[in-house]
Design a protein around this ligand. Sequence first.
Ligand code: BGC
Length: 915
Amino acid sequence: MKRYVLILLLPFFLFAFDQKPTALRVSDLRIEGRVNPEGIDARQPRFSWQLTGEQRNLHQTAYQILVASSEEKLAANEGDLWDSGKVNADQSIQNPYQGKTLKSRTEAFWKVKIWTNQGESDWSTPQHFSVGQLYAVDWKGRWIGLDRAFAWDTETQFSRLSARYFRKEFTPKKEIKRAKVYIIGLGLYELYLNGQKVGDQVLAPAPTDYTQGVKYNTFDVTALLKSGKNAIGTILGNGRYYTMRQAYKPYKIKTFGYPKLLLNLVLTYADGSTEWITTDDSWRATADGPIRTNNEYDGEEYDATKELPGWSTAGFNDQKWLKAEFVQEPGGAYEAQMNENMKVMETVKPVSIKPLKTGGYVLDMGQNLAGWVRLKVQGKRGDRIKLRFAETLQENGELFVRNLRDAKVTDVYTLKGGGTETWEPTFVYHGFRYVEITGFPGVPKLENFEGRVVYDDIPTIGTFTSSNPTLNQIFKNAYWGIRSNYKGMPVDCPQRNERQPWLGDRSTGAYGESFLFDNSRLYAKWLDDIQQAQKADGSIPDVAPAFWRYYSDNVTWPGTYLMVANMLYRQFGDTESIRKHYPSMHKWMAYMAAQYTKDGLITKDKYGDWCVPPESKELIHAKDPALQTDGVLLASATYIGLLDLMQQFAQLLQKPEEARTYEQQAVAMKKAFNEKFFQASTGQYSNNTVTANLLPLMYGIVPEKQQSQVFASIVDKIVKEQKSHISTGVIGTQWLMRGLAQHGRPDLAYTLATNRDYPSWGYMVENGATTIWELWNGNTANPEMNSANHVMLLGDLLIWYYEHIAGIKAQAPGFNVIEMKPDFPEGLTEVDASYRSGYGLIQSTWKKEKGQLSWSIQIPGNTRAQVYIPARSVDEIKENGKKVTAVEGVKLVKKQGDRVVLDVGSGTYRFEVNP
Ligand code: BGC
């Protein structure tokens, strides 16, 4: 009887302990990180899922994956492509496919079942993926285009080239079971079937060096087809293919030719037979449509009087159109695009509109962003509205555009008249907060405009709020800065005539960003871009794809290649990127060592500690040598850090001998480094800048006994000379916050993060920034190189937010083991942060009040956490009101310094510390 009472009461207990009962579940199923992807080309795609269960401490003991060639077979539990059988393993992310060889255009259906320490799950809901065209020979038809400019185009430095329209009609012969489009539309495409746009992507495909690789997108278009006559249409924009500056600095700016298209529409009939509609010279083409010019720097012009109503539906009269021409292939390999396309991710309402003395109006979006404006207007046929974009205003209220250099950033819309017209551009984007409006018929109102925020369609996975408003606003600015600069590649800025994927800006940034966004596929794609940009001799450029040809052979910018691969491994558990890129990394390391070693050090540097706060507030770069750090020191310290990474990569790939060689090289270079730069008597490196001392400290170069002395030099410099302010540039700032926090001055890190006077991130906020500036002195420096929307100065700030303030850090790759160890800095009383890892949601919410600490955490299924609680002894800690020692599943690991370290499994916990 007693037992029954207990069983009856059990749900109440669980409820009382905040453990809402949910049955064991497998959820969030993914393949190659994506949900039901179309047209993948990984030969061994990786499967991931998450576990949620009723009780704490849930972990997987086995799994079984079934992959079938039809839904029916999957439903009958027949894994004709792959039946993994019951695999006794705890791996729940990145499980590689090991079934029959996947063929081009295979349709695959899959599900998974798991066994855990708390029972077994049902089969998951069925999932789907399709394979793309794996080999070049799979593509039928030919590349088409119109390989010339037309009378209304101009091919000067500021190129103006109209968009090209292509169309084709076809009649399916039988009943259609399935229809797929495989498209490579360069530079950018929009795809239509029977008058409807296919997909919600914009500015697709992702940019690449088209002579090395081109991305194709795959769509299931079955639902858009009908019996009888159908029409397919594509518009091509210029993108980076017919690039923004033509006939100008060809040694630097790479351009590829006129836009071109390769498209395969594969109809699978109910009887199993197929028919292919492919690009050839039976397609019709025109460049005389409404998009008169489209240039990423200069803007888009759309003349609605030139619209072609019904051009992508059957029956349109295309007699006046031209015959599509056969054109040369771009040269690059055809690759499935595994990273997300861009999308309109958010629509924002403007906050004010003001008239200008010079005529026209200025619209304020209230936020610096990247994307465009959608216009709603009524007027006469032929009315021309001009929209010009800028990040800031001059004192007189007009746009400030000097920092945009020669980018014209102007969209023009010509009305067709006769009702309300809604328009937004197709092939350009702008970085802006303010919009100058001229030529608007009547008085424009706020309701006439919407801001469209455009970036890669990736989820936000991190949140952070705290009791400190400055920290919160900086976080928000960082969030907007990062999303502004994801454009199928990470670019430096979205507004001026640059927008290049500079490597150095992201070496540590990518890691910080990964706490906010699931950037795993974007950065995996970028590694491919970098690999494709590598020269045969091993040299890696500073910009990749190398749209700007900068092969300057330095360490700090190209070294990002290794650092990003390491980030993907640590943050997302991705070993594949390391495996794939190891040979190219190895080659680059050897190349740099062979070309630039002198006296045991790497001598080549190009950018120094880029963008330190200069001696005068008008300068872009410091001229005072005391503020700059020796280039050999920067190059060699970074190279030593990269040798350590290579050693770890080699170990991971089971290459013990190569690992040993890297280790030996690191040991030798450290020795040479200390001989050249270290003054043991003072505990200082080189000219004693913060960066000069910080890099050796963080790269493990400083002899152990002298570490505290070197750290003291750093602190002295910051506190005494800089009055507790930043003095580092892009390189030093990558280690600054962690350096201070890890070596015993978390308070000083907190001061730097919350300063509101110059130089600091808070100073940007104080001066109205809604994103992060390129320069610490972005409000006073020369506009020549002064963007208001860069992310490189974030350094390791976001890493510090998560690892040191929220206390969420990957202790094992992909957050399989989590280290939860907030610094709880003095002055900060509350933090509420979350991070959605590959295993599920991690939460850390803490509050200090009257000497007490309460801290709630959530740990996802199939992971564990080591929780570092500030307490003198375990007796001071309670979990959900109970003595922690009495709570099942919570293990005491050790006492370390002022922390009690507990080991916990999945679930939610509420700790309280009462000293
Ligand atoms: C870019 C930076 C880049 C730097 C390197 C600048 O113009 O905006 O982000 O890293 O050049 O030279």
